[in-house]
Design a protein around this ligand. Structure first.
Ligand SMILES: CC(=O)N[C@@H](CCC[C@H](N)C(=O)O)C(=O)O
Length: 368
């Protein structure tokens, strides 16, 4: 398989969660070109399971990749930029998929001793594919004993990795807040309930939750990533909508932050004489790396001469956390050296990281 070409093909067709129809078709076509003797392939919604039968299996090792893109207009200037308007693989899932395909090809050509289950999982960016995929029939049939995954790290040099036992990624909850007041003429604000003023004031007050309500020894983030309100410059907005995300390093702090968000909403309803509704969208469980399996991985990396460093905890979220809640395993960061970070329209990971990633995953699947 030509990894660069594979990555570029996938890069051009990013699709949102549970809409990954072309992506699934393209992945199935790559998989169909591999030796099939030891493979069983099953689709699940827009995802795919591939079971590789081991030669003398004692256990099944799972390897998961996410496959969805983000609602973002690409600005990399690549010749192979996204052909889907307003969609981009800006979180590296094109890299993740290529690495999974590369490792799968090796397994198909030289079957491992243990069984291996590849999970091509939809909807990591939302609304979350890991939790329902865990409950699916193929997962019940081929349930792994251990599982792992990787995520690209733009800030790390290519051909490096980082990992740590214990907490790696945060608990997350999406946040959607809808404001409803009374619209009207821009010249008569006193006859209206202006939802742009209410929503702006709410965004400012939200910042106080982390600064003044959360124990400074804990970690939390509340980010509003989208504000929607108004129609034209001289009409006062009747409605406003805020979209954001909450991140915490413990589930109890998540509950505290939500309570504070709701208290602020009640105060805002009274002071602005409006109604406000909150929807928490999808929630992701924290990514907690199992100490024993992560320890085995670290030892393997040392034995095989891979350069690695201790990872820092990150406030990113990953629904792979649900898989790790039920199956011992880990996630590691793979360095890809890009000046622009994750979720930026100019993310340009170095393609030399692909072969390195495939080599780490393949070695781990053969020897874990
Ligand atoms: C690794 C990464 O960037 N993951 C996403 C997960 C998004 C979860 C959900 N849609 C939310 O925004 O809460 C992230 O933004 O961390």
């Amino acid at each position: 398989m030509d990894y660069i070409n594979t990555r570029r093909t996938l890069h051009q067709i990013p699709e949102l969660g549970f809409e990954e129809v072309k992506t699934q078709k393209t992945l199935l076509s790559f998989i169909s070109e591999m030796p099939q003797n030891h493979l069983e392939v099953e689709t699940w919604r827009t995802g795919i399971f591939v079971f590789v039968k081991g030669t003398v299996p004692e256990k099944t090792i799972g390897y998961r990749t996410d496959i969805d893109g983000l609602p973002l207009q690409e600005e990399t200037g690549y010749e192979f930029s996204s052909v889907h308007e307003g969609r981009m693989h800006a979180c590296g899932h094109d890299f993740h998929m290529t690495i999974a395909l590369g490792a799968l090809e090796k397994m198909a050509e030289h079957p491992p001793e243990n069984n291996v289950l590849f999970l091509f999982q939809p909807a990591e960016e939302g609304p979350g594919g890991a939790e329902p995929m865990l409950q699916s029939e193929p997962m019940k049939k081929w349930r792994p004993d251990e599982i792992f995954a990787l995520h690209i790290a733009p800030e790390l040099p290519a051909r490096t990795l980082s990992v740590k036992p214990g907490l790696l990624f945060a608990n997350t909850s999406e946040l959607f807040i809808d404001f409803k007041g009374v619209g009207g003429h821009a010249a008569y604000p006193h006859r209206t309930k202006d939802m742009i003023v209410a929503a702006s004031s709410y965004v400012t007050q939200l910042q106080q939750i982390v600064a003044r309500r959360v124990d400074p020894l804990e970690s939390a983030v509340v980010t509003i990533g989208k504000v929607e309100a108004g129609t034209v410059q001289n009409i006062i907005a009747e409605t406003a909508r805020l979209e954001g995300t909450i991140r915490t390093t413990s589930s109890s702090i998540m509950e505290e932050v939500k309570t504070e968000i709701e208290k602020l909403v009640r105060g805002m309803e009274i002071s602005n004489d409006c109604t406000i509704t909150i929807d928490y969208g999808s929630n992701y469980h924290q990514v907690y790396n199992d100490e024993t399996v992560t320890g085995k991985f670290i030892q393997l990396m040392d034995e095989l001469g891979y350069e690695w460093k201790e990872a820092d905890r990150a406030m990113t979220g990953e629904d792979f956390g649900y898989m790790l809640k039920e199956i011992p395993g880990f996630m590691f960061w793979l360095g890809v050296d890009s000046e622009a970070g994750l979720h930026q329209s100019t993310l340009t990971p170095k393609e030399e990281a692909l072969e390195y990633g495939i080599s780490i995953v393949t070695d781990t699947l053969y020897h874990l």
